[in-house]
Design a protein around this ligand. Structure first.
Ligand code: NAD
Length: 279
């Protein structure tokens, strides 16, 4: 492993490096990833699509009920050495920015300044009618106050904490129909977390910012991603087309693994601090 890290350091040293990160960067903070080392999705069944969220009040009841149970643990997650390593690389002038697929805000909490969030951030919700935003913590308080009985009946029914602040609830004990969804305080419109759902497009300005970052990079470092999601894989392909050096830190082989010049296998929270020492 030392050899791969030496090679990675040699690849990145004296270059304008951009990092592209995924769920693997945050697993050591206690937030599960989607796929794991095998590349297989951990959760079977089909993920909630944007159209299903806006088109069905039952789907919104289910989404927000599970989110209300899962949120406190997600919100307690703190940056780990992988986030801190990337933030230090930036502050020492060895990284120009981070493009992340994560929605947990942990790069910014660790001190990263230039961060493009490809899929948004769960710390906010947005009204689909008047576009007003509200902090997710404030919404949590409103949901809990509105659903006191539901909460006390279901607080302990989470069987698994899932990737995006969602929680798997015991189907035997759970009746989503009795959960009351909370609406926008200003106009009564539908609230949606400020993240890109499956079946929803990434806003154009975000895509352009990410693409410009890749165009300005002299090397790309991918950390903790399966690159299974099209938007991140396209950024890897863009970097490969520019023929800049490509480095990987990951536990498992991502899509496009053959494109990387150096592949350092292992946990990001261990490898990033070691890489930093070598730069
Ligand atoms: P993914 O789950 O598809 O892949 C994660 C990759 O990281 C896997 O290869 C896994 O083996 C590897 N990994 C796990 N722990 C690691 C560690 N400690 N060190 C190094 N590698 C590790 O994740 P993805 O590619 O980011 O795609 C998932 C999508 O789901 C994204 O679009 C993202 O928006 C969303 N998501 C976000 C979060 C979050 O915000 N923390 C968590 C899960 C999923």
């Amino acid at each position: 492993m030392n050899q791969a890290l030496d090679q990675l350091a040699a690849l990145l040293r004296h270059r304008r490096v951009v990092a592209l990160t995924g769920a693997g960067c945050s697993t050591e903070s206690g937030i599960p990833d989607y796929r794991g080392a095998t590349g297989e999705r951990r959760r079977k069944g089909h993920p909630l699509q944007y159209a299903e969220f806006v088109g069905s009040s039952e789907n919104r009841q289910r989404y927000w009920a599970r989110s209300m149970i899962g949120w406190p643990r997600f919100a307690r997650a703190r940056p780990n050495p992988a986030h801190r390593g990337l933030a230090q690389m930036e502050s020492r002038g060895k990284l120009t920015g981070v493009i992340t697929q994560n929605v947990d805000g942990l790069h910014q909490r660790a001190g990263s300044r230039r961060v493009v969030e490809l899929h948004g951030n769960l710390e906010y919700v947005q009204c689909l009618s008047c576009e007003q935003t509200e902090a997710r913590d404030a919404l949590q308080a409103r949901m809990e106050a509105t659903n006191r009985q539901w909460l006390s009946a279901h607080r302990d029914s989470a069987t698994t904490e899932l990737a995006d602040g969602d929680a798997e609830l015991d189907p035997e004990r759970c009746d989503y129909r009795s959960f009351t969804v909370v609406d926008c305080q200003s106009c009564g419109g539908l609230l949606k977390p400020s993240v890109t759902f499956f079946g929803e497009n990434i806003p154009r300005e975000i895509r352009e910012q990410a693409s410009a970052m890749i165009d300005g990079a002299q090397a790309l470092l991918v950390v903790g991603s399966s690159l299974a999601v099209g938007s991140s894989y396209r950024l890897l392909r863009q970097a490969a087309r520019r023929q800049i050096p490509l480095g990987l830190i990951n536990n498992g082989q991502p899509r496009g693994v053959e494109l990387f010049d150096v592949n350092a296998q292992g946990l990001a929270g261990h490898l990033l601090p070691e890489l930093l020492e070598r730069l």
